[in-house]
Write a protein that binds this ligand. Structure first.
Ligand SMILES: C[S@@+](CC[C@H](N)C(=O)[O-])C[C@H]1O[C@@H](n2cnc3c(N)ncnc32)[C@H](O)[C@@H]1O
Length: 183
């Protein structure tokens, strides 16, 4: 798994330590092998982790058992989100949105908005166009255009990261708050 750092994402750790992430119920959407999910649980969040891959979730469950943390893991498709409205204080998306097919974005983005509580926080990390042109490598303006109808932007960072496979990749990390949709 090329994305697996074997430790939680440094920018997630930074935001949690700075108190920018509201404590409470967190959803790790596309949780993979659960490294960030387990970190959040260890920090006192009540965590749900979803992924489409049963194999990834088997890894995640074994690691969570070893870490002695309780996490609600389940196999789910990110376009479905079988959760009640306004259930989560925080949605963590590390490398998830850039897997969403273009035709599914109009379901995915409102889905995140729906499951977040009022003023809930969405932390998005997705590929930047600096990796080269591709359908899922984004400019800052594309991300503004996609998300600004649903969220207010608190902080935007362009970051590079040496990934688990040794390759340097570029990402946008955006901390957003749920906006009230009017009209
Ligand atoms: C780049 S990995 C990121 C994993 C994790 N967030 C991390 O940082 O370690 C992307 C994950 O998205 C999952 N995924 C892909 N399509 C999905 C879908 N339709 N619904 C839910 N998860 C999906 C993959 O199985 C994979 O675990």
């Amino acid at each position: 798994m090329g994305w697996e750092l074997g430790k939680p994402r440094p920018i997630l750790v930074e935001y949690v330590e700075k108190g920018l992430i509201p404590k409470g119920k967190a959803l790790d959407i596309c949780c993979g092998a659960g490294t960030n999910t387990i970190y959040l649980a260890e920090k006192g969040f009540e965590v749900t982790g979803i992924d489409i891959s049963p194999t990834a979730l088997d890894f995640a469950k074994a690691k969570a058992a070893k870490a002695k943390v309780n996490i609600d893991f389940s196999v789910q498709n990110f376009v479905e989100l079988p959760f009640k409205d306004e259930m989560f204080d925080f949605v963590f998306d590390m490398g998830c949105f850039h897997h969403v097919q273009i035709a599914d974005r109009h379901r995915f983005i409102p889905g995140i908005h729906r499951v977040l509580k009022s003023r809930g926080v969405y932390m998005l990390t997705c590929f930047s166009v600096k990796n080269g042109p591709a359908w899922n490598h984004f400019t800052r303006q594309q991300l503004v255009d996609l998300f600004s109808g649903f969220f207010t932007f608190e902080e935007v960072r362009h970051v590079s990261s040496v990934e688990g496979d040794g390759v340097t990749r570029y990402f946008y990390t955006i901390l957003m708050k749920k906006a009230e949709i009017t009209g």
